[in-house]
Design a protein around this ligand. Structure first.
Ligand SMILES: Nc1nc2c(c(=O)[nH]1)N[C@H]1C(S)=C(S)[C@@H](COP(=O)(O)O)O[C@H]1N2
Ligand SMILES: [Mo]
Length: 419
């Protein structure tokens, strides 16, 4: 942080304290002694936990509300369901695996490294089977990428529905993966010239078979076994999953067991509507794999209301694009009449979550706050209304429309839409 904003913020704090407007803690400190300052606290008079109290640590009990949550009415069974990342309570860009959303079609399976096999067959010179140890002998790469379910925001097509960005935009996570490039494994097998597509399958009962064009497979697709520095968690595909940067989550096959090379796309067995978005005239947009640029203000938001009253306010959120880097995020606090570029905080990575901050002074009156992402292709995140005009209401996938939060004067926040 530079000196300037710190100084002006201090000046502001001093100014309001002097004027007696809000900032209860500092005002009270002047009159009544604060026992947290004047008394010796219990935690300062006893031993804390020994080093081996938790061989693998969990978040402290005060953060126990920061968990994945599902929406019960959404699906019939929790084995074939989805839950949501608590993005309203996270900061930075990396999603801890323990609270990263899960989407399973037939539940998360326990597959050991010993029992793990990956087959590459189809239009290849040498069909191959890799053990987990075999994979560990290929050159490794590191890549940070967001994984977003195509259904993220789907419940909001008809209108503002769910209270909280965890539920409206939380089918997303962003991890730092370590693994081997799929192109290296395909080179080992030797793709025949007729091979134009791969078909990838998982070892779970649903298998989640998906076709991916060979061009993408040879580009930045990774066969990953570490996420955020540790082994993949069971629910994210242990021991091996596919990472398909920028493309919709359903292609990120977990518990990866087979990669077939074919001359055309293989239709998966249970659904024919994969990768298609239904349009108002009944036609479908086909092969909509890439996730368009999107952003959302994570705080304040319905689950993260303003508790401190008027004065300095940090607005923060996330932006991402499947087409590359985020170049700008604009924030509006007046329902889209005026926009100010937010700070892109930390490193901006291609096809990964970008954190933005917008520091303002809140006068305590109601606001309609929203964010609008722009990516390196020049694409500007559309309003929900603009999306509906093009795609109609038949479709629930790929809703990347602008989210509006209504901040009330009491600091509570609601999910709304403005005409
Ligand atoms: N084998 C397998 N892979 C799968 C799925 C599945 O059910 N089985 N679900 C897919 C879907 S629809 C999504 S959105 C992502 C979710 O990944 P996550 O559970 O790590 O969040 O995994 C994909 N890969
Ligand atoms: Mo998904």
């Amino acid at each position: 942080m530079t000196d300037e904003p710190v100084t002006s913020r201090r000046a502001f704090l001093a100014g309001t304290a002097a004027a007696g407007a809000g900032l209860a803690a500092s005002a009270a400190a002047a009159q009544t002694p604060d026992p947290l300052i004047t008394e010796v606290q219990e935690w300062a008079s006893v031993f804390g936990d020994p080093v081996d109290a938790t061989p693998y640590g969990l978040p402290i009990e005060f953060e126990s509300h920061v968990v994945r949550r599902n929406v019960e009415w959404l699906t019939e069974s929790t084995a074939s369901s989805i839950n949501f990342t608590p993005i309203h309570a996270l900061e930075g860009t990396i999603t801890p695996q323990g609270c990263a959303f899960e989407r399973h079609h037939s539940g998360a399976i326990s597959l050991s490294k010993q029992d793990y096999r990956l087959m590459i067959n189809g239009l290849v010179e040498r069909p191959l089977v890799f053990t987990f140890d075999d994979l560990m002998r290929f050159p490794r790469q590191i890549s940070t990428a967001f994984c977003e379910c195509a259904a993220n925001g789907g419940m909001e097509w008809g209108g503002a529905q769910l209270e909280g960005c965890q539920f409206t935009q939380g089918m997303i996570h962003n991890m730092e993966y370590t693994g081997v490039m799929l192109r290296d494994l395909l080179a080992e097998a030797g793709v025949k010239p007729e091979g134009k597509w791969i078909y990838v399958e998982g070892a779970d009962a649903s298998s989640n078979g998906r076709s991916i064009p060979l061009e993408k497979a040879l580009d930045d697709v990774m066969v990953a076994f570490f996420a955020n520095g540790e082994a993949l968690r069971k629910e994210h595909g242990y021991p091996v999953r596919l990472v398909v940067p920028g493309w919709e989550g359903n292609m990120w096959v977990k518990w990866l067991r087979r990669i077939g090379v074919y001359h055309q796309a293989v239709e998966s067995r249970e659904e024919t509507s994969k990768y298609t978005d239904l349009m108002p005239d009944g036609r479908a947009r086909k092969w909509t794999w890439v996730m368009d640029a999107k952003s959302v203000i994570t705080s304040p938001s319905p689950q993260a209301p303003i508790r401190h009253g008027k004065g300095p306010l940090v607005i923060t959120g996330l932006a991402w694009s499947g087409h590359g880097k985020i170049t700008r995020v604009d924030v509006s606090v007046d329902g889209g009449n005026t926009w100010t570029p937010a700070r892109l905080t930390g490193d901006v990575k291609s096809k990964a979550l970008t954190r933005f901050h917008h520091d303002m002074v809140w006068d305590g009156s109601e606001m309609f706050i929203m964010s609008r992402a722009v990516d390196e292709t020049g694409y500007v995140q559309p309003t929900k209304q603009a999306l509906r005009e093009i795609r109609g209401l038949n479709n629930v996938y790929h809703n990347n429309g602008i989210q509006v939060w209504w901040v009330r004067a009491d600091g509570e926040v609601e999910n709304v839409e403005i005409a």
